[in-house]
Design a protein around this ligand. Structure first.
Ligand SMILES: *Cc1c(COP(=O)(O)O)cnc(C)c1O
Length: 446
């Protein structure tokens, strides 16, 4: 496993992160345990702030869906970033963390009228409108509240970026945004300019996630700026703002080669400026929305090894006390992760094993085929790069309580998400009165 951020091996040959011994963390807080490296999380925020805000006056907004809770919102606020939320729940979390609402962008492809009302009442900075239905609904809700909603329109630029390449798909088959290609975007813009209760500030796109090929951003910038120009030609409207989404890739597994944030900023901003000059347009205010590349590498998950099953000549399964409930990504996307034995960091890999979760699903495998030192029940396994899309995607399948999260820094470990207990699992359950009487009747009729 590659050691990232503040991770190191201490003199007990244990994995250390944020100055805390992971074996002690496992003992004190239990496992599975999400551990967040505060210094690295902040450092990642700062890299964006420097490369985009200081260098180009661009705004950086952290994508909440990656990982959010009250402590994380607080750190993001302290680092001067804004926040992208995609639901009433994420918005509520930001509000309860006292996040400045003018720095909040509200996304989503199916916002409810209640969510739109909530966003307007909270006075979020921008609502990123996904489609025509939402545009009309927002105009009506804003009218009822007597406010003018500041909006961006989400567009689908027909550029699809994957890890190592991008495809100019001319893709119009997406649940997100209005396609430029088939004219839906232009019609949407014209409608937005007509509506009395919305104020169009600019356009948004998001071309994918876990992207290493920076040219895909330059290409998306070209498509978006060409559209900005087209709109100007047709309507006289000049977009003031351009939100280019997130998606920068991180290191999960050998072979992943993440690009520095500065390079990403230079390539994208360079492209936007060049095209603006070409069309003789003002350079719009640019917004970027990184998520994974801020939270991902800053998190690890600790597990305790339990049952080990060696099927001779076939495979050795090593089961841990978590799995798809706390990290659904391998099951959802066949994502690959690295791991190490946190309590015996000095030992060399000696055998190939597969790490299984504890859910009743054959697909609940965290890692297939990894070389590790010989494992024993009770060992602490650390999986790296779990800061993004793990806790935020966690679930209670099999009624497993969700893990705790600790924030570590300079030898301190603070609980920022409490571990769920069994009582949490039945907190919302209700037995209707008539079932109680049925139970009595059935019992008495036997
Ligand atoms: C998911 C998402 C992001 C963040 O993407 P990362 O790959 O985590 O950087 C940003 N903007 C939008 C609209 C998204 O849907």
């Amino acid at each position: 496993m590659r050691l990232q951020g503040t991770m190191r091996v201490n003199d007990k040959n244990h994995l250390e992160i944020g100055g805390c011994d992971t074996v002690d963390l496992a003992r004190e807080f239990g496992t599975p345990l999400y551990v967040m490296d505060e210094a690295m999380f902040r450092q990642n925020c700062r890299a964006y702030y420097r490369a985009f805000t200081e260098a180009y006056g661009a705004e950086v907004i952290y994508a909440s869906k990656t990982l959010t809770n009250l402590a994380v919102c607080t750190i993001v606020e302290q680092e001067g970033l804004g926040l992208d939320v995609v639901s009433g729940g994420e918005l509520y979390t930001a509000a309860r963390a006292r996040f400045p609402m003018e720095r909040v962008y509200f996304h989503g492809n199916n916002k409810s009228p209640e969510e739109l009302r909530m966003a307007l009442e909270y006075k979020v900075g921008r609502i990123v409108v996904d489609n025509r239905y939402e545009l009309e609904m927002l105009n009506a809700v804003a009218g009822e509240l007597g406010v003018k909603a500041k909006i961006m329109l989400r567009l689908s630029p027909g550029v699809e970026a994957h890890t190592h390449e991008y495809i100019k798909t001319g893709q119009i088959d997406s649940k997100f945004g209005l396609a430029i290609e088939n004219g839906m975007a232009m019609t949407g813009v014209k409608r937005a300019l007509e509506l009395p209760n919305v104020q169009l500030k600019g356009f948004h796109c998001h071309i994918g996630s876990q992207i290493f090929e920076l040219q895909s951003y330059a290409h998306a910038a070209e498509v978006m700026m060409t559209f900005v120009n087209h709109v100007y030609q047709e309507t006289g409207y000049t977009a003031e703002e351009l939100n280019m989404g997130g998606g920068l890739g991180i290191y999960y597994y050998q072979g992943d080669q993440p690009r520095p944030v500065k390079e990403y900023a230079d390539v994208m901003m360079g492209a936007i400026r060049a095209i603006a000059a070409e069309f003789d347009l003002p350079v719009p205010k640019v917004i970027v929305e990184p998520g994974r590349s801020i939270a991902g590498p800053a998190g690890i998950t600790l597990y305790t090894v339990g049952a080990i099953k060696d099927i001779p000549g076939i495979r050795k399964y090593v089961a841990v006390d978590g799995g798809m409930g706390d990290n659904p990504r391998p099951a959802l996307y066949q994502s690959k992760y690295e791991a190490c034995v946190a309590n015996r960091m000095n030992e060399q890999p000696a055998e190939k094993v597969s790490i299984a979760g504890k859910c009743c699903e054959s697909g609940d495998m965290l890692i297939w085929d990894i070389e590790l030192p010989p494992l024993q029940p009770g060992d602490i396994l650390a999986v790296s790069s779990t800061g993004a899309y793990n806790y935020s995607m966690s679930m209670n399948y099999n009624r497993l309580p969700r893990p705790a999260m600790v924030l570590v820094n300079n030898g301190r470990a603070d609980l920022i998400v409490r571990r769920e207990d069994y009582a949490d699992l039945i907190r919302n359950d209700i037995i209707p009165e008539r079932l109680r009487s049925t139970v009595v009747k059935l019992a008495s009729s036997r």
